[in-house]
Design a protein around this ligand. Structure first.
Ligand SMILES: Nc1nc2c(ncn2[C@@H]2O[C@H](COP(=O)(O)OP(=O)(O)OP(=O)(O)O)[C@@H](O)[C@H]2O)c(=O)[nH]1
Ligand code: SF4
Ligand SMILES: [Mg+2]
Length: 419
């Protein structure tokens, strides 16, 4: 259990968000749920400013991350920013806890919050807190019953009602909160999968990337064999193997090389395609790439990266993709207008853009990635991801999505652009 607690990436944990007005007892509740002094508690309203995360195990669910947030009723310029920050946490929340100080009751803040969770189909539990003070809460209970809100009565201070709350979380947590497999569904026992992992400047020091590690685990879980090799070893390995590999998975920077040496009858895909499926919607992201062909100079494109790292070398988001997109207008001297967003700052409105290009999203949980895809879909803006754009530009989008039988119509419309 210790091992799971430390090693399950945040992105694969059920995200439990704790929300509510200032002083409702949110921080006291995260401390009661986790059994640790994670967050600062005080009678001063507005004590929690930035979200606080704590990874833990919940029996019957497994690895979760509990997130304490600032008050949803904060005021003033900074206060409103904190409210926004708290609401942003909803983008990745699988189960929402709305803490209500039973003596302060329900206000428009609670009503609005529950409307929002309903709209986003996020299961919400109303936590009627400060139950120890003994005052009557019949009216509040009647309200919850009438409005069909799921609720529990707790005293975060005395840690009573926490077992009931955990039970409710187990009951309401979606069974499929994470897609359980990366590629298990397309493998049969004893299949051999080759992973081409270049050790270039972008490779993390002394370890493999998270998608590579998770994919290897999925291959082993499928009773298959994973062979990890660098791109220069691929031809030699193919010649040596006495069985035909079921699949070759390549990082996008070596697509051209791998595509050139890999016989056409061996399936090829990429981590970008695997993760588009695992975290989001492969059909939508593959289709999104086809819109590159209709971009015009001056069009606005949003490049969204989930991590805030310093760009290194020919950074894929800052250099490789912009160059690739602008190459089409090179002779006119004109360019696309490219905006960037990083971390959790994905805009709520993307309707100004002609295309959104997202990173692989390996550090995001599935709910957040799906939320971002849906934000683009609702605005009628196509969305794709880095690796899929590179596959498209290299003329192999069709090949990398073929293993999943995805987007056949998209395949037919595929047009190769000049890199
Ligand atoms: N009596 C009683 N007091 C509580 C309970 N839960 C929290 N409190 C008190 O309520 C006050 C606010 O608690 P916090 O946990 O800091 O509240 P919060 O919602 O995190 O507040 P902000 O971070 O300011 O948004 C503190 O004085 C707590 O001791 C409870 O169950 N019973
Ligand atoms: S979440 Fe995005 S930016 Fe972060 S490591 Fe994964 S692909 Fe890169
Ligand atoms: Mg707090």
């Amino acid at each position: 259990m210790e091992d799971t607690m430390q090693n399950t990436p945040l992105s694969n944990r059920l995200h439990i968000g704790i929300f509510g007005r200032r002083n409702a007892g949110k921080s006291t509740l995260i401390n009661a749920i986790t059994g640790q002094e994670i967050a600062i508690v005080s009678e001063v309203p507005g004590t929690t400013t930035d979200p606080v995360y704590k990874a833990m195990e919940i029996h019957d669910i497994g690895p979760v991350v509990v997130i304490d947030t600032g008050g949803i009723d904060d005021e003033g310029t900074i206060g409103r920013q904190r409210v926004e920050k708290a609401y942003k946490i909803l983008n990745k929340t699988d189960v929402a806890l709305l803490v209500v100080d039973k003596d302060a009751g329900f206000t428009a803040h609670e009503e609005n919050f529950l409307k929002e969770t309903k709209k986003r189909q996020i299961p919400a539990i109303v936590v009627l807190n400060k139950f120890d003070t003994g005052r009557d809460i019949k009216a509040l209970e009647a309200l919850c019953t009438e409005k069909k809100y799921s609720y529990v009565k707790v005293s975060a201070l005395n840690k009573t009602g926490i077992v009931d709350l955990r039970g409710k979380i187990v009951e309401l947590s979606p069974d499929d909160f994470e897609r359980k497999m990366i590629l298990k569904d397309i493998l049969s026992p004893s299949d051999v999968v080759l992973i081409v992992a270049p050790l270039d400047i972008e490779a993390p020091k002394g370890r493999l990337k998270l998608p590579q590690v998770q994919t290897i685990r999925d291959i082993l879980d499928s009773d298959c064999t994973a062979i990890v090799l660098k791109e220069d070893e691929l031809e030699r390995m193919l010649a040596q193997l006495t069985v035909k590999p079921k699949l070759v998975i390549a990082e996008s920077q070596v697509f051209a090389k791998v595509n050139a040496v890999l016989p056409k009858d061996i399936l090829l895909t990429s981590f970008s395609a695997l993760y588009a499926r695992y975290k989001g919607d492969l059909d939508a992201l593959a289709e999104g790439a086809l819109h590159i062909a209709s971009l015009k100079a001056g069009d606005k494109v949003l490049i969204a990266e989930a991590c805030t790292h310093h760009p290194i070398g020919d950074d894929i988001g800052r250099v490789v993709i912009p160059n690739l997109l602008n190459a089409r207008f090179a002779d006119t001297g004109k360019k696309l207008k490219i905006d960037y967003c990083a971390g959790y700052d994905f805009p709520e409105n993307v309707s100004d853009y002609k295309l959104v290009i997202h990173c692989g999203g390996c550090m995001l949980n599935r709910r957040e990635m799906v939320y971002r895809i849906n934000t683009a879909k609702k605005a009628g803006v196509p969305i794709t991801n880095y690796g899929i754009v590179i596959a498209y530009a290299s003329g192999i989008l069709g090949r990398i999505i073929e293993p999943f039988g995805a987007a056949v119509s998209a395949l037919e419309r595929e047009i190769t652009v000049q890199v």
